[in-house]
Design a protein around this ligand. Structure first.
Ligand SMILES: NC(=O)c1ccc[n+]([C@@H]2O[C@H](COP(=O)([O-])OP(=O)(O)OC[C@H]3O[C@@H](n4cnc5c(N)ncnc54)[C@H](OP(=O)(O)O)[C@@H]3O)[C@@H](O)[C@H]2O)c1
Length: 384
């Protein structure tokens, strides 16, 4: 372990090999290339640029080069119970930048507004060097979410202007529609974003939790850079509903959100865990009820067992599995702890063969997941 911490501060993303058999402390770039080629069976990716491991989301004019692992800012002050004070949050975000992370993710609805404000303040010193992605769609009035969707052109434009101010930037690197709006055809949303791109206020766009049909229709009007939907070892819907296939076919990147299943796959949550009912949505989710947690702990145990002989934690196993799936997948784990940030980024240093990942996948698939991921209300908003 000591050796690991002797690595330079930027070392995690800088010198790490791809997800590959034994822990390699300082792999050469050739090893990175070889590991990736073996891993993906295609041209190497992530690549190293300026010493930082990168991945590419999207293609053509929609291309977006980012660090192989991003950082989800949401949980620093919204929906994940623990909120360190602002100074500490900013320190952790700066540590992430220092370690080579160039992709930070927030949304208007997180807080609402407070999370964008935090990201804006924390990342201002790095303007032009890192990217913050944000999301419109959930209606927010006077700083409160109404539970409705509003992706009408006038609102998207207004939200864009307001996000630019809170994020302290001149152009949003990637603007996602957070949830589908049944009252506004996706073509109209795409065309509004197209205008914002022409005006330089937005650089790229993406969609969250949508169907293949919506992706195709949107992409035909304004090419998409990324789809951001839930994806991890306990929720593999995008493999079954055609979303990953259409991303592959159209050259669209994929950003798995909640890649550690909201912390569950990190192994620090058990049936006695108390969630802050004022600032954590997990107590409303069927999968986070005590009985479901008790049953699903068997899945965490599979990850822990897999990791034990490879020197990996269950969080690293969860992230590594996602990273080896496709070279155009960029997970965005969130954390309020420097130790977890280091642990998560260190995932990029492991070397596990495709056959071993398949063994893990089969072992996890043999355990039934108990509880739905969303409650009925949230479920209505996805898959359109
Ligand atoms: N598009 C959408 O609809 C959508 C929905 C949800 C989330 N998101 C995005 O996805 C990002 C991440 O999602 P998320 O926060 O729901 O889930 P996540 O990244 O899977 O999990 C975050 C939780 O895991 C814990 N954690 C992180 N690293 C850990 C480690 N190494 N070991 C043990 N626990 C660890 C964190 O607690 P500590 O603070 O203790 O580390 C935190 O509570 C968000 O920030 C947001 O940007 C998007």
């Amino acid at each position: 372990m000591k050796k690991e911490y002797e690595m330079s501060r930027r070392g995690f993303l800088k010198t790490a090999a791809a997800v590959g058999a034994a822990l390699t402390i300082q792999p050469t770039i050739n090893k990175v290339k070889a590991a990736n080629a073996a891993l993906n069976g295609q041209s190497m990716s992530p690549v190293e640029k300026d010493g930082v491991q990168c991945r590419t989301l999207g293609a053509g004019n929609a291309v977006f080069e980012v660090s192989a692992l991003g950082f989800g800012v949401m949980g620093m002050n919204y929906n994940r119970s623990q909120s360190p004070d602002k100074k500490e949050c900013i320190r952790i975000i700066h540590e992430a930048v220092d370690r080579g992370v160039t992709l930070f993710d927030t949304a208007i609805i997180y807080g609402p507004l407070h999370n964008e404000l935090l990201a804006g303040e924390a990342l201002e010193p790095y303007k032009g060097r890192v990217n913050v992605t944000t999301k419109f769609g959930h209606e927010v009035i006077n700083g409160k979410g109404t539970g409705r969707q509003d992706s009408s052109p006038a609102t998207v434009r207004r939200y864009c202007e307001e996000s630019l101010k809170r994020l302290r930037i001149d152009s949003i690197p990637l603007f996602y529609q957070h949830r589908f709006d049944p009252n506004v055809p996706i073509e109209e949303v795409a065309s509004t974003i197209g205008d914002l791109i022409k005006e330089g206020k937005v650089q790229r766009w993406g969609l969250c939790e949508v169907s293949v049909d919506t992706i195709r229709r949107a992409h035909a009007v304004q090419p998409l850079t990324a789809i951001q939907s839930e994806y991890h070892l306990m929720h593999r819907l995008v493999e079954e509903n055609g979303v990953l296939d259409v991303c592959r076919q159209l050259g669209i990147g994929f950003v798995p959100y909640s890649p550690i299943n909201r912390g569950f796959l990190g192994g620090c949550i058990n049936e006695y865990t108390v969630f802050d009912t004022n600032n954590d949505n997990r107590h409303t989710l069927p999968r986070f009820q005590p009985e479901a947690i008790r049953a699903n702990t068997r899945i965490v145990n599979v990850l822990q067992q897999f990791g034990r002989t490879r020197g990996m934690t269950s969080a690293q196993v969860a992230l590594g599995w996602l990273l080896q799936k496709e070279p155009w997948i960029v997970p965005i784990p969130g954390t309020t702890k420097l130790s977890h940030l280091d642990e998560n980024l260190h995932t990029l240093s492991f070397n596990v063969s495709p056959g071993e990942w398949k063994e893990l996948e089969d072992a996890v698939a043999a355990v039934r997941v108990v509880g739905e991921r969303y409650n009925a209300e949230q479920q209505k908003q996805v898959g359109h």
